[in-house]
Design a protein around this ligand. Structure first.
Ligand SMILES: Nc1nc2c(ncn2[C@@H]2O[C@H](COP(=O)(O)OP(=O)(O)O)[C@@H](O)[C@H]2O)c(=O)[nH]1
Ligand SMILES: [Mg+2]
Length: 683
């Protein structure tokens, strides 16, 4: 392999901060902003005054619930960091960010329990082709050797983890780091630049060994370096740096840096590594297939509706430039005019007049623009770059405003939220006045409700969505229905005999007639069918009736008093009396469920299924997912409502499932009684 360019790439960069929940991403962002002077001092996440997690919802739950964007400057270069939430419930926030960033800093810690979550995140990076560095955080709390930690984490990463720094310990505590490429020691100071020192002689052997192992890995992609190692020549530092940068950029290795974000330790080294090694916007254009040139191409990473400034579309300018007031074109040809361009700092914005390639800025009032859209300056300017596909929802709630007067306000607020979060699904049910909101976990939708009640001041009522129970019959019957009224002038007369019988599951409703000799005139047969159908809306148990056949076999009519209405009434009467004698039974929907889980939790998952009246169909390795299984099962829909909560707690938060309707099954006994009682109360 020839030598690759590894020189420093200047220009504004966009860096996603990703990693498992509570690994220290928000803390790291805070440390970076403090170290680069964007904020006066570093606050602790617990203090509630960090740049990330500024929303009341994030503070209440002590977790990031949305991406935070902050632009700072380091040694004269613009760096935009996007702190992406770690919880799988909010994971979709990261997808549009990854679609347009240059680099991801993966924040991880030496915690075995978080490996499945780390694996999920690294997969996302692989899919998006995003080069990454790993920041091994909380090193102050890590007693294990850093190389053992890497061995622990390596299975989660398809690309090779390359240890770039080792901790410097004194009396068992970490006091700094040794950089293996620079061959220098850094003694950490809290919230301040480290003191540079020579590598203590006691640590020299350890350093040399770790350095050699780093060089060996780099030599896998550099024949020249390999030769030098074989000949025991110490390679020039420049060559090592070039290899580090090149291997990072093409994704063949993931350099690992260490630190304690909470004290600002290791942050400057991280920033320097970013400065020297990170790909730039030209590399990202190449990755995304965007032509070089001065044509505007911008990719929207996030949408937010601010209390005062209106809608903001946070976009990465991939090429060209954008100016305030400019008309932009979406990839489908629609246009929108920019009103305000801002540099972001968490919840705050600073107005600027234009932005050029590489910058990540907020574009104001692009009403029709959505997260994931690709913007250009002229029609046909660019095709959509990223097709964002939210995972299928795993949790649903039904909600309605507590007060009717809030209906319009609620629908507007939900509309804004769906605009901000494309992974929220919404369907409005005209009949019940409820909106069914679907999302990716209990917390995801709890935050929706909190935002409605907090930010939007709309008190709402929410509950589990109703399960669509049905009923059918188990016996046949023949029933006469006679509707006769004589009250002044015209009377009413209809008379029918209906043969009612059960049909196989999934048949729905079938209506036939065997009328001969015109005992019920043709025109009224339709009326009989209409009457029977109307009855089916609520059978003897109170639920819509399915899988029955009704045959009109006999009847009589009156030349003057018979009417459409009268025959409908007669049919309903026959249905009402007949159905009660047909041994009605409740039907519940049963879903075919596929649960994806890390293999070491498969046994726990298969134990959950039968507890929820489910039946395991089998399980198998998850295609393309090392160390994961897919469990297939049949489960009643009523048992799936909060299934995800239990699955997540059994799998360190990473399991997911898809469910689709399979069939209706009879429900009898105590459970059926409960369903009927509930329905009775609601009616
Ligand atoms: N001991 C220690 N704790 C840290 C460090 N970095 C973050 N934390 C703590 O870990 C918790 C989670 O941090 P946070 O930044 O919110 O994690 P995030 O979910 O990845 O954004 C907080 O209580 C932090 O104070 C660190 O380097 N050392
Ligand atoms: Mg966070």
């Amino acid at each position: 392999m020839g030598k690759r360019a590894g020189g420093r790439l200047s220009g504004p960069k966009c860096i996603a901060i990703v990693g498992p929940f509570a690994s220290g991403k928000t803390t790291l962002l805070e440390a970076i902003l403090a170290r680069t002077g964007a904020i006066p001092r570093q606050s602790a996440v617990a203090s509630g005054s960090t740049v990330g997690d500024f929303s009341p919802e994030a503070r209440a739950h002590q977790m990031s619930v949305e991406a935070t964007v902050a632009t700072t400057e380091f040694m004269g270069e613009s760096l935009t960091f996007v702190d992406c939430p770690g919880s799988i419930e909010f994971a979709f926030e990261a997808d549009p960010v990854l679609a347009a960033c240059d680099l991801a800093v993966v924040v991880a810690e030496a915690d075995e329990k978080k490996i499945p979550a780390l694996q999920l995140i690294l997969r996302k990076l692989d899919e998006a082709g995003v080069p990454r560095m790993l920041f091994l955080n909380k090193i102050d709390r890590t007693s294990a050797g850093v190389r053992d930690v890497l061995k622990l984490l390596q299975p989660a990463s398809a690309s090779r983890l390359l240890l770039r720094q080792i901790p410097l310990r004194k009396d068992g505590t970490v006091i700094g780091s040794i950089d293996l490429a620079l061959e220098r020691a850094y003694i950490w100071r809290e919230y301040a630049a480290s003191e540079v020192a020579d590598i203590p002689s006691d640590d020299k052997a350890r350093e040399l060994e770790a350095r050699f192992s780093m060089l060996e890995t780099l030599a896998d992609h550099d024949d020249h370096l390999m030769e030098q190692l074989l000949e025991e020549i110490d390679p020039p530092k420049d060559e090592v740096f070039d290899d580090l940068a090149a291997d990072l950029r093409d994704g063949s290795v993931t350099p690992v840096l260490i630190g304690t974000a909470e004290k600002g330790n290791g942050v400057l080294r991280l920033l320097k590594a970013i400065r020297h090694d990170a790909p730039d916007v030209a590399s990202t254009r190449k990755r995304l297939g965007v032509a070089d040139g001065d044509q505007l191409v911008a990719q929207v990473m996030k949408t937010s509706h601010t209390a005062h400034g209106g809608k903001l579309s946070i976009a990465r300018v991939l090429s060209g430039s954008v100016a305030d007031g400019q008309e932009l074109v979406l990839s489908d040809g629609r246009t929108a005019r920019v009103s305000g361009i801002y540099r972001m700092m968490g919840k705050d914005q600073a107005k600027i007049s234009s932005a050029t390639a590489g910058e990540t800025v907020a574009l104001g009032k692009l009403d029709d623009v959505r997260t994931g859209d690709t913007l250009s300056a002229k029609k046909g300017g660019v095709a959509a770059l990223a097709a964002l596909e939210p995972p299928s929802p795993v949790y649903l709630i039904a909600l309605r405003p507590r007060e009717r007067k809030d209906e319009v306000k609620l629908s507007a607020a939900l509309h804004r939220m769906a605009d901000e979060d494309p992974s929220l699904g919404m369907t409005h049910n005209q009949d019940t006045g409820e909106t069914i909101v679907s999302g990716h976990g209990e917390m995801h939708l709890r935050v929706v409700v909190e935002r409605l009640e907090g930010r939007n001041q709309i008190p709402v009522e929410s509950h589990a969505p109703a399960v669509p129970y049905r009923e059918t019959i188990r016996k046949s019957v023949s029933q006469r229905g006679r509707h006769k009224k004589q009250s002044g002038g015209h009377g009413q007369f209809g008379d029918v005999v209906l043969d009612i019988k059960p049909l196989p599951r999934g048949s729905g409703f079938q209506f036939t007639d065997t009328i001969t000799g015109g005992v019920v005139p043709r025109g009224y047969i339709q009326s009989v069918e209409a009457g029977a159908r109307d009855y089916l809306k609520a059978g003897p148990l109170g639920f819509p009736v399915v899988d029955i056949g009704v045959n009109l076999s006999d009847g009589s009519y009156h030349a003057v008093d018979s009417s459409d209405m009268a025959f409908q009434m007669a049919a309903k009467l026959a249905m009402k009396e007949g159905m009660a004698a047909c041994s009605p039974v409740l039907l519940e929907p049963v879903m075919k469920v596929e649960i994806a889980t890390p293999s070491d939790a498969t046994a726990r998952v298969t134990a959950i299924v039968p507890q929820r009246r489910g039946q395991i169909l089998g399980f198998d390795a998850r295609p393309g997912w090392d160390g994961w299984d897919v469990v297939e099962a049949m489960m009643p829909q009523s048992e799936i409502g909060n299934l995800i909560v239990e699955l997540r707690s059994a799998t360190a938060g990473v399991a997911s499932y898809t469910a689709r309707f399979d069939h209706m099954a009879e429900l009898t006994g105590r459970l059926a009684d409960e369903v009927m009682n509930m329905a009775g109360k609601a009616a």
